[in-house]
Design a protein. Structure first.
Length: 284
């Protein structure tokens, strides 16, 4: 059965799966932990764009039966390259911005696929597609979770980001302004996690985004402070990303190295002390 789910701004998403359990959910973000309302400058900024204040989204989708099918918390930053006209010359510039404090989200769930998208004015759409699948081999080692359930995993399959270079707040003096689309690599996979477990990652994960041909990188999206759980009602056991695991191992390694160094100093001092004492006895 083919179910076509209408998306905001005239885009369509098709769930190409038999017996689709479809769901639509709309709403606004829960109050952000930190957010800033950015004004519209009257003149183009002369200095590099500062790092944006991030807005942390907390999202929940429910099925037609009222049960939750998707939960997520994360912060997002976008870096978009664009051509601009300055002093009669065409130059490459980079726009950096996060999610605004006011945005809406929608979603469509099936048993093996979830479409989730966030929208904000004027004309921005951040679209993520999650799938559940059988995988070969193993998933990254996790210090707390050692087993997989029948090699079943979920992952972020794709991202599509639509942005509007008519927005002078982020794209001042843009050349040929209008709606633009960029896409994640179609052969890459992101956030692969054992089924029924939640992907947890405080570290920043940066995903490159390309033009439709996939030959030119036009932007990237950075996701951080993330906890994502598709295909389940509640967050499952935490599956920690490799970057966080590496950071968590730094302190024990540093402490171990310091203790080893201290022990070495004590041993060296002991033998030096013994040698000096022996030399004193011999001189007597």
């Amino acid at each position: 059965m083919l179910a076509v789910i209408p998306v905001l701004y005239g885009q369509d998403i098709a769930l190409d799966e038999a017996n689709v359990d479809e769901v639509m959910a709309t709403g606004t973000m829960e109050p952000p932990m930190s957010s800033v309302t950015h004004g519209h400058p009257t003149t183009a900024p002369k200095h590099p764009t500062p790092t944006p204040t991030l807005s942390k989204g907390n999202y929940t989708l429910k099925g037609h039966d009222g049960k939750v099918c998707f939960r997520a918390i994360f912060e997002t930053t976008f870096n978009v390259m664009y051509m601009a006209k300055e002093s009669g010359k065409t130059v490459m510039k980079t726009a950096m911005f996060g999610l605004p404090s006011q945005h809406a989200y929608q979603g469509a769930c099936s048993s093996k696929m979830i479409h989730f998208w966030i929208t904000w004015k004027p004309g921005y759409i951040f679209n993520m597609t999650f799938i559940e699948k059988s995988v070969n081999g193993t998933i990254q080692p996790n210090s707390e979770i050692e087993e997989m359930k029948e090699n079943q995993a979920w992952e972020l399959e794709s991202i599509k980001f639509t942005y509007n270079t008519n927005d002078k707040t982020h794209f001042p003096n843009a050349e040929k302004p209008g709606m633009k689309n960029v896409y994640s690599n179609s052969t890459a996979m992101y956030f692969r996690t054992p089924v029924n477990e939640s992907y947890t990652c405080v570290s920043k994960s940066t995903i490159p985004l390309f033009d439709m041909a996939g030959s030119k990188m036009m932007a990237n999206v950075t996701i951080s402070k993330a906890k994502i759980q598709p295909f389940a009602q509640n967050y499952g056991a935490e599956f920690t990303c490799a970057s966080d695991l590496a950071k968590n191992n730094v302190v024990p390694i540093a402490v171990g190295a310091a203790l080893a160094g201290l022990l070495l100093i004590v041993i060296v001092a002991y033998f030096i002390g013994r040698r000096n004492a022996r030399a004193g006895y011999e001189s007597v």
